[in-house]
Ligand binder design. Structure first.
Ligand code: FES
Length: 107
């Protein structure tokens, strides 16, 4: 199991989850009831409502968005250099302890 931590930017609430490798950061948020990840398209990279800000300490390990993801991020709210769509981040051993910040709103 790989630990993924979500911090709500609205109020600083921290959600520590145990994730399955191979699942995505979005799926893990939904399974654990993390508020603020809407995921309207169910992970097809066509809605941008699963937007997160990757913690500065983790951006290099997580990596950057694909071209398709970058195009979708144009529709997200409060996009930053650390922005990713959480449905496009696959969980793997190296991401153990990953921190992502959930924006105050989606879309
Ligand atoms: Fe729709 Fe991620 S769930 S783009």
């Amino acid at each position: 199991m790989t630990k993924i931590i979500y911090i709500e930017e609205t109020n600083g609430t921290r959600h520590e989850t145990e994730a399955e490798n191979g699942a995505t950061v979005m799926e893990t948020a939904i399974m654990n009831g993390v508020p603020g990840i809407v995921a309207e398209c169910g992970g097809a990279c066509t809605c941008a409502t699963c937007h997160v800000h990757v913690d500065d300490a983790w951006t290099e390990t997580v990596g950057g968005p694909s071209m398709m993801e970058e195009d979708m991020l144009d529709f997200a709210f409060d996009v930053r250099p650390t922005s990713r769509l959480s449905c496009q981040i696959k969980i793997r051993d190296e991401l153990d302890g990953l921190i992502v910040h959930v924006p105050t709103r989606q879309g």
